[in-house]
Design a protein around this ligand. Sequence first.
Ligand code: HEC
Length: 190
Amino acid sequence: MTVPHSVRIAALVLATTAFYGYVGQLVPQKEVQPPQETVLKADMTTADMVKIGGELMVGKGLCLTCHTIGKSGALRFPDLEGVAARATTRIPGLNEIEYFAKSLYEPDSFIVPGFNPGMPVINKPPIGLTDQEILCVIAFLQTLGGTPTVTLQTSHAYYKAPGATPAAPGGAPGNATPTNATPAKGPVTP
Ligand code: HEC
């Protein structure tokens, strides 16, 4: 008995479709999501900031694609273990918060002895961390050989925290000079 061509073709088409359909649903469906935006709550504690800062250093900040923490030997990029202790000795007059801010916003303004320039500006694309995210990163850096003290209200030379109380006369440590501090938001009278 001969099966007509059209029937054979139809059977082949059916079998092929069924086979690929079967294979298709075996393949795990992986949806690629854009990196999750970290939600920074205004009432975050320093400890929360340290945690988020650590995540940012691995993820969006790309810090650990260059830097190591706790590695020695001939390194291309400065190891960050104990960096909070070294930070205060880098530039006379800068505490570790101001030094870290300078390292992140203006990396080429000071080059760590023994290393070459090449650190990207962290608040600009492609990395583009926000000012608040950078405060979290600074909180994490402070844990490497120091004690984290920054909050989301911390101002430094590159960032004025909104509503930050102007530094007391003489200047509180960690607070930039209040020259162009934004006045506290109040009711606006027309
Ligand atoms: C493309 C590689 C690269 C990436 C990415 C990078 N850095 Fe760097 N970083 C460097 C280089 C090179 C230096 C040394 C040169 C200099 O001082 O600018 C440096 C220096 C530093 C210093 C000064 C260290 C010291 O001992 O004084 C700090 C702090 C730092 N980086 C933090 C970070 C953080 C935090 C991130 C992520 C938000 C980051 N870096 C991302 C390359 C990188």
